[in-house]
Ligand binder design. Structure first.
Ligand code: SF4
Length: 284
């Protein structure tokens, strides 16, 4: 059986930096509080936990004066302010590309109604919405279009500024932008495709691989937005797509007679997990 790993499978530069810095920081500081899971990968999180990292869901759970780590997804402006009030030492690992989106919406919020295309409950989007202020709306699917338009009509803005979650699906982005242009009649619509290059490359490669491999194995957390986007893309071209988290999950798949398998992995999947999946497939 031929098994090929995608060139862009696994850690993106933002996650890679965050994991490296988090490991370094946890060695230098006795205890670090991480606001939300550092990455959507249980193995990585567990290793850091063993070294002294405590994951909390709310900044109020962090003792005053402690060290807090902001992960690559970034946080809302209000969280920076609260951290300051609590006299926390901040290790800010917000990815530079996410930070750029935060800055753009912060700059535009006085001049435009801001639309963020992304998953409403995703931490990156929650953070960006925080910077975009109250005259903003998150569109996740076409169903949100009418609500977004009604919110826009409550404002006096002519301009609509559209950005995206950095890991949003390229195809969904293009489709939703088409709908916005149809629905927001009379508005001056500025589209800023803030999907990150690492995501675009991975999604493009995913599409190419799905066209040629009999079976696609996609590795990543079940709650990882970028992995789910990869699964959606793969299913459009390939009939045999499996979303797994570790090599262990392969035991539920029947590979009898399969000649070609492609492996792709989301941005939070470490190299060692990708290689263990490949090895398990080869030994099959
Ligand atoms: S996907 Fe892109 S924007 Fe998001 S953390 Fe990775 S490099 Fe940064």
């Amino acid at each position: 059986m031929e098994v090929v790993i995608g060139k862009f499978a696994g850690f993106c530069p933002g996650v890679s930096y965050a994991v490296r810095k988090a490991n370094q920081s946890v060695m230098e500081n006795k205890t670090i509080y991480c606001l939300g899971e550092l990455v959507h990968n249980q193995q990585v999180v567990n290793k850091l936990k063993a070294k002294g990292m405590i994951t909390v869901e709310d900044i109020e759970q962090v003792p005053d004066g402690a060290t807090i780590l902001f992960r690559s997804h970034g946080v809302a402006q209000a969280i920076y302010e609260r951290a300051k009030e609590k006299n926390l030492k901040i290790i800010d690992l917000t990815c530079g590309r996410v930070r750029a989106v935060q800055k753009k919406v912060e700059k535009e919020k006085e001049k435009a109604f801001i639309i963020i295309l992304g998953k409403k409950n995703h931490p990156e989007v929650i953070g960006e919405k925080g910077f975009a202020g109250e005259n903003s709306f998150v569109i996740e699917t076409q169903k949100d279009m009418l609500d977004a338009y009604q919110e826009y009509k409550k404002t006096n803005f002519e301009k609509v500024y559209v950005v995206a979650q950095t890991t949003f699906s390229n195809n969904n982005f293009d489709e939703l932008v088409k709908q916005i242009k149809k629905s927001f009649t009379g508005a001056d619509i500025i589209v800023d495709k803030t999907i990150c290059e690492a995501t675009e490359n991975r999604q493009k490669e995913m599409q190419e691989m799905a066209e040629v491999f009999h079976t696609m194995i996609i590795i990543g957390g079940k709650n990882s937005a970028n992995t789910k986007a990869l699964v959606e893309i793969a299913k459009q071209k390939c009939k045999n797509v499996y979303h797994i988290q570790t090599a262990e999950d392969l035991k539920n798949i029947d590979f009898t007679g399969i000649e070609t398998v492609g492996i792709m992995a989301g941005a939070s999947t470490p190299r060692e997990i990708i290689l263990s999946v490949k090895n398990r497939l080869i030994c099959h």
